[in-house]
Write a protein that binds this ligand. Structure first.
Ligand code: SF4
Ligand code: SF4
Length: 282
C-alpha cells in the first residue's frame, strides 16, 4: 500500500475534511500522518506528501522544510497552500496590529511578516487547487490518473442555459433573489466567474444555485497571464451578457468575500515569482 501524509500549515482544515470524505482511498493507501485525526510528532518517510495551508508562522516554515525531505512527491493542496488563502487575509493592517502586539499574543508562534504560498519556499511537484478540492479531485491525485478528464472551465462543466434576452441592469448580492435552476447565473445578475475558473469541481456551486467564486483558480488560459487580462475577460463576459455597468463589476470583483479566492488570479505580480506551470496544476 502507498504511504502518504498530510501536513497542515496555516489554514482551516477544510481540505482535510474533503479528503476524509473521499473514502475510496482507505483500502489502498496508508495515511501515516494528519494532525486533524491522529496524534504523532513527526512525519515519517512517505511516497506522497499533501500540504495544505500557507506559510504564516515560523512554526509553519520549520515544519514545511522538515517534511518535504521525507517525501518522494510533494503536492500543494487547496487555496491556502497555493496562494495564501484565509491566512493571507492576516496580512491586512487591522489584523497585523492585533497579532503583532506582543502583549496580546503570548503563546502564539512567531508570525512572519507576510503569509506565503508554499512554493515560495520549497519545490512542488503538483498543485491541486480548490477551497477545498472535492473528494474526487483528491482521489485523482492519489491515484495519479493519467486519463483524468477535467473541463477547461467551470462554465463548461456547469452548462446552464445562457439567454440572449435576459440582460440584468445591476448585480444581485450573493444571497439575494430567487435563483432559476436552469438559467446561467450571469443572466440572472449574479457575479459568477465560472467562465475563467478551471474545471474539475463539476460545478457543484453553480448547479446548486450559488455563483462560482473561483476557488479552483484560473483556467489554463489565464494561469500564466497578468491579472488585468483576467479582469478584462470577466468584464467582456458581463458586457456581452448583461447591461450591468463595468464599474459595478469592477467594484464587486474587489469585494472582501471574493478576495480570498481571487488572490489565485493575481498573486504572481505581487510576490515577484514566475507563474506556476500549467502542466503541474490539476
Ligand atoms: S452559471 Fe456561471 S459557470 Fe454556469 S454557465 Fe453561467 S457563467 Fe458559466
Ligand atoms: S463552482 Fe467555483 S467556487 Fe464552487 S467549487 Fe467549483 S471552482 Fe470552487
Amino acid at each position: 500500500m502507498k504511504r502518504f501524509a498530510v501536513l497542515q500549515l496555516s489554514g482551516c482544515s477544510g481540505c482535510e475534511v474533503a479528503l476524509l470524505n473521499a473514502e475510496q482511498w482507505i483500502d489502498n493507501y496508508d495515511l501515516e500522518y494528519m494532525t486533524l485525526v491522529m496524534s504523532a510528532y513527526e512525519i515519517p518517510e512517505v511516497e506522497i506528501l499533501l500540504i495544505s495551508g500557507g506559510i504564516r508562522s515560523e512554526v509553519d516554515l520549520y515544519k514545511l522544510r522538515r517534511a518535504v525531505c521525507k517525501a518522494d512527491q510533494v503536492i500543494a493542496v487547496g487555496t491556502c497552500a497555493i496562494s495564501g488563502g484565509v491566512a493571507n487575509l492576516g496580512d491586512r493592517q487591522a489584523v497585523n496590529e492585533i497579532f503583532l502586539n506582543e502583549a496580546d499574543r503570548l503563546h502564539l508562534p512567531d508570525i512572519l511578516p507576510t503569509c506565503r504560498p508554499i512554493d515560495t519556499e520549497v519545490d512542488v511537484d503538483l498543485y491541486l487547487p480548490g477551497c477545498p478540492p472535492t473528494p474526487d479531485l483528491f482521489m485523482a491525485v492519489l491515484e495519479e490518473k493519467p486519463d483524468l478528464k477535467i473541463a477547461r472551465t467551470v462554465c463548461q462543466e456547469c452548462g446552464l442555459k445562457k439567454e440572449r434576452d435576459m440582460r440584468p441592469k445591476h448585480l444581485l448580492g450573493f444571497q439575494q433573489g430567487e435563483v432559476l435552476s436552469d438559467i446561467c447565473l450571469v443572466n440572472q445578475g449574479y457575479l459568477c466567474i465560472g467562465t475563467s475558473t478551471r474545471g474539475g469541481c463539476q460545478a457543484i456551486c453553480t448547479l446548486a444555485g450559488n455563483p462560482c467564486v473561483g476557488c479552483r483558480g484560473p483556467s489554463d488560459a489565464f494561469i500564466e497571464k497578468d491579472s488585468q487580462v483576467w479582469f478584462k475577460s470577466i468584464q467582456r463576459v458581463f458586457s456581452h451578457m448583461t447591461d450591468i455597468p463595468g464599474t459595478e463589476i469592477d467594484q464587486a470583483l474587489r469585494s472582501p468575500q471574493l478576495s480570498m479566492f481571487l488572490f489565485q488570479f493575481a498573486d504572481y505580480a505581487d510576490i515577484g515569482q514566475a507563474p506556476r506551470p500549467k502542466e503541474k496544476v490539476i
